[in-house]
Design a protein around this ligand. Sequence first.
Ligand SMILES: CC(=O)[C@@H](O)[C@H](O)COP(=O)(O)O
Length: 257
Amino acid sequence: MENNDKLIIGGHEFNSRFILGSGKYSLSLIKAAVENAGAEIITLAVRRANTKEHESILDHIPEGVTLLPNTSGARNAEEAVRIARLARELGCGNFVKIEIMRDTKYLLPDNAETIKATDILANEGFVVMPYMYPDLNTARDLVNAGAASVMPLASPIGSNKGLATRDFIQILIDEIDLPIIVDAGIGRPSQACEAMEMGAAAVMSNTALATAGDLPMMADAFRKAIEAGRQAYLSGLGRVLVRGASPSDTLTGFLRD
Ligand SMILES: CC(=O)[C@@H](O)[C@H](O)COP(=O)(O)O
């Protein structure tokens, strides 16, 4: 069956709605993770592409997969811009995921600096995907700055705690006319599925796979969950009763009479 349900980011079309983080597991597992996840986009810390070691992450990423270099390590807009430009010089393409963190304890993104970096890099022709704390005003500023998607955190990076910011992500999904990609803290396939049922355009995960007992098998489970959540969203979820019950068939009422 032809898949007409594409994820479109900065004019580029993707079939998969699972974006894979690569930072927390070994190079030898990357190919299997991408294949089992069905992922078409994989993030890459620029320091891992720019290594002097004989093995570079770039050698392990299957052909046809879009690289999403991130600016991890940046503490302000200026540093993020510098890392993004370096990634482009290294041949990593035009996509960039902006990650700016001043806080080293909770690793929360700096929304104000993220808006500044988005503005500069979008003007330089990058496809900018900013990681952000889910806040509607910030999201609107990111749209105006030229972002190609918005990536709100579900819970702190690496926590596997799931959709702690659920209601605020829902506001972004309802109000922002860009793909909302739920990032960070998604610890289980069921949480990824829920994000997709809410109407998220895609989910990104790294730690959930990296800390799983069997990484490729977990990648497969995430792929299925994300597809199921998308399908449920597109089919229109059934309503929830505020109170009472509703009989499953009319016969119940008939027998009582
Ligand atoms: C911003 C950031 O670093 C996250 O994208 C991370 O790569 C994924 O978060 P988890 O490791 O919590 O899945």
